[in-house]
Design a protein around this ligand. Structure first.
Ligand code: EPZ
Length: 419
């Protein structure tokens, strides 16, 4: 088990660059399975989750090489349509491979990704959408066998704008001779990134970024192309909050401003001074942060992935903040760890009431999930003394070199092997 050792009290100050988006890279990697050619990807973050994705894709027959920071995927020789259970269980997002494999091989076998640290996370919307597409689904001994002989034309209306289900429908329907419309689709920027790369491969998708997406199926995708994954809006939000909680001053380059506006508005409400340029953002935090209220919502609302991170900053803000988590039912586990650091928090169902304290105390704490782990890093940067965060494997799943980035910005943070 790896831990972070953080000595709090240093300001986060200086310039940095964002990394590529985790949540965009995973569906984009899946999409390369549809292309019977070579896809070169720039800006794929070097994190645990992308490595698991590479492992599964290699097993399916993809050849994956890394050259000068670019990932080159040759999917010409895919000959396997089964995802082994042990890999499926390692990462919830492995489920989006199902749509891509179905698109390419017309068959896919996989198992349930299982529950996870932030909620039960069922895949019923994905499976219902596959059925609506005319895909035959059989379940036996925990395995799901899908066969897509002939897809149906038509409209799929999602009960909830699920990001993963929207991506899975796009991936499954791209290679077909039918036209599929999605109503109540997720509008997240990651869906637009997925549409953009598939269209660059020769696909015909429109409407991503709105509630209505249209996929006009094409017979094949066979192109050699290069594509750059969009910046990680949640990593950017995390770095901004790290500067905010330490009364610091940060400039981040490679930012899509329109993606982070819901986060920017809240940080301004909390008293930070923010300057936006075309592809960069600066934040100065001079005074004690002010309390504010947060409600997580599908995009363009405030992102659930930022909830633990901003809540950590609100933990030392002046006044009482109310946070409502509307997307995942179990995304407050990290709060019991923050309480060890002195946070004054009460939870009632989906609502957390946070009464700001002046400063966190250092403590021995444990990361409970990816974003909850990032929330603990922020609290530790603010804390008086040395904090040890164990179980940081969760954080390494989704943040590229977060300790190194923060160290370059002035933080006293080190990764230690062992508890
Ligand atoms: C994506 O997860 C992200 N993951 C999550 O990022 C993010 O929190 C989430 O979208 C919401 O923005 C990736 O992109 C890899 P959903 P996804 O399907 O697609 C329920 C992070 O920290 N639901 O939009 O799995 C579900 O339980 C993470 O980087 C069903 O009920 O999210 C949840 O309550 C974690 N049935 C809600 O919908 C289904 O079949 C939203 O889930 C599917 C979802």
């Amino acid at each position: 088990m790896q831990s972070y050792i953080i000595k709090g009290g240093e300001k986060i100050e200086g310039k940095t660059n964002s990394s590529g988006s985790k949540n965009s890279s995973l569906p984009i990697l899946a999409a390369t399975i549809l292309n019977k050619g070579k896809t070169t990807l720039k800006n794929v973050p070097n994190i645990h989750d992308t490595k698991i994705m590479f492992d599964i894709m290699k097993l399916l027959g993809c050849n994956i090489q890394e050259e000068k920071g670019k990932i080159i995927i040759d999917s010409r020789n895919i000959d396997n349509y089964e995802i082994p259970d042990e890999l499926m269980r390692q990462m919830r997002s492995s489920v989006i491979l199902a749509g891509a494999i179905l698109g390419r091989c017309k068959k896919a076998t996989f198992s349930y990704p299982g529950g996870c640290d932030i909620g039960s996370r069922p895949i019923d919307l994905h499976l219902k959408a596959f059925k609506d597409l005319g895909i035959d689904i059989k379940e036996e001994n925990g395995e799901i066998y899908c066969q897509a002989d002939d897809m149906l034309d038509g409209t799929i209306t999602l009960d909830f704008p699920s990001v993963g289900a929207t991506e899975n429908i796009i991936l499954a329907a791209t290679l077909s001779n039918k036209t599929i419309c999605i109503k109540n689709a997720a509008m997240e920027p990651e869906i637009v990134d997925l549409q953009n790369i598939i269209n660059k491969m020769g696909g015909n998708i429109s409407g991503a970024g709105t509630k209505d997406i249209k996929i006009v199926g094409v017979e094949k995708l066979e192109k050699e192309l290069e594509y750059e994954v969009m910046p990680d809006r949640i990593e950017i939000g995390t770095l901004l909050c790290a500067a905010a909680i330490t009364k610091g001053n940060i400039n981040i380059k490679n930012v899509r401003i329109e993606h982070i506006l819901p986060i920017v508005y809240k940080l301004e409400e909390m008293g930070c001074e923010i300057t936006l340029k075309e592809k960069e953002i600066s934040l100065i935090s001079k005074n004690r942060l002010k309390a504010c209220n947060i409600k997580t919502m599908p995009y363009p609302g405030f992102p659930t992935d930022m909830q633990p991170i901003i809540a950590s900053a609100l933990g030392v803000a002046k006044g009482t903040s109310i946070v409502v988590e509307n997307i995942f039912e179990n995304r407050y586990k990290y709060l019991s760890e923050l309480k060890r650091m002195g946070a004054k928090v009460a939870i009632e169902g989906r609502t957390a009431i946070i009464k700001g304290i002046k400063r966190y105390d250092s403590a021995k704490v444990e990361a409970t999930d990816l974003r909850g782990g990032a929330a603990l890093i922020l609290a530790a940067l603010n804390a008086n003394g040395k904090t040890i965060i164990s179980n940081v494997g969760y954080i390494l799943r989704g943040y590229e070199n977060i300790d190194e980035k923060l160290r370059k910005l002035g933080a006293n943070i080190y990764l230690r092997e062992g508890e």
